[in-house]
Design a protein around this ligand. Structure first.
Ligand SMILES: C[S@@+](CC[C@H](N)C(=O)[O-])C[C@H]1O[C@@H](n2cnc3c(N)ncnc32)[C@H](O)[C@@H]1O
Length: 230
């Protein structure tokens, strides 16, 4: 049995997805009513991110912005299939995606998840959520800008990297962690829109040591699946 299907992890995730839906509903409605199409939404986000990244995300301090249950299950399955021992997450928010990945570590006998977020209040809540799921012993949250918090390394080779922070930083964060990525490592880019930062061009160029494809999980959301080939 896997810990997503029953027990404390399943219970906590059910509660958090419910809380996320309630907390993020006004935001979803604002975007839906203000934007005429996805392209316009993306370019506005990119503009805002470029101008004032910390300010933009501070405005979302009370929002989960978390992965869907389907995407969470996909993360769990990725971690299981690459037998991950060390996972890094850029953008942990309230810890929903971290719970899926840490649950996979637990079900394989242990490991380490290093998460990071700009917002101290979110990291606190993520910590409490991981504890409620009984997974906090597997997780370390670093508070601050990931360009700084991940600079000192992550204690060893990385089996799986989840990119889910400001998407204009996906390429710089990937390059920062590249020396630590194991051959065969899985990299998930959530909302890795091709308009942002050259990330997609980089991971889709085999000369850079990756193979990469758009993901059909949560279609239309710019999700990218990448494998380190060397
Ligand atoms: C989409 S949410 C992450 C959701 C989370 N992965 C989940 O599924 O539960 C993005 C998060 O990235 C964080 N973030 C944005 N830019 C960051 C940066 N430069 N360093 C660290 N965290 C950042 C934001 O504070 C926000 O909580």
């Amino acid at each position: 049995m896997d810990s997503l299907s029953s027990g404390p992890v399943a219970e906590v995730l059910k509660r958090l997805h419910r809380e996320a839906e309630a907390a993020d509903a006004p935001l979803t409605q604002t975007y839906a009513s203000e934007m005429t199409n996805a392209e316009q939404a993306i370019s506005q986000i990119i503009e805002a991110e470029t101008e004032d990244l910390a300010g933009l995300y501070h405005g979302f301090a009370g929002n989960f912005l978390s992965v869907s249950p389907e995407f969470g299950r996909f993360l769990y399955m990725c971690a299981r299939s690459c037998k991950a021992k060390r996972i890094v997450e850029f953008g942990s928010s309230m810890g929903v995606s971290a719970i899926y990945m840490a649950a996979a570590l637990r079900d394989m006998g242990g490991g380490r998840l290093i998460g990071t977020d700009l917002e101290p209040g979110k990291a606190e809540r993520a910590w409490a959520n991981l504890a409620a799921a009984g997974l906090d012993d597997l997780v370390e949250f670093r508070v601050g800008d990931a360009r700084e918090t991940l600079k000192s390394g992550v204690g060893g080779g990385i089996d799986m990297l989840m990119l889910d922070g400001a998407f204009i930083l996906y390429l710089p964060i990937l390059k920062l962690l590249e020396p630590h990525l194991k051959p065969g490592a899985i990299i998930i880019g959530e909302n890795a829109f091709s308009e942002a930062s050259g990330y997609i061009d980089y991971v889709r160029d085999p000369q850079n040591g990756y193979l990469s494809l758009p993901l059909p999980v949560d279609p239309g959301r710019g999700n990218e699946f990448t494998v380190k080939t060397k």
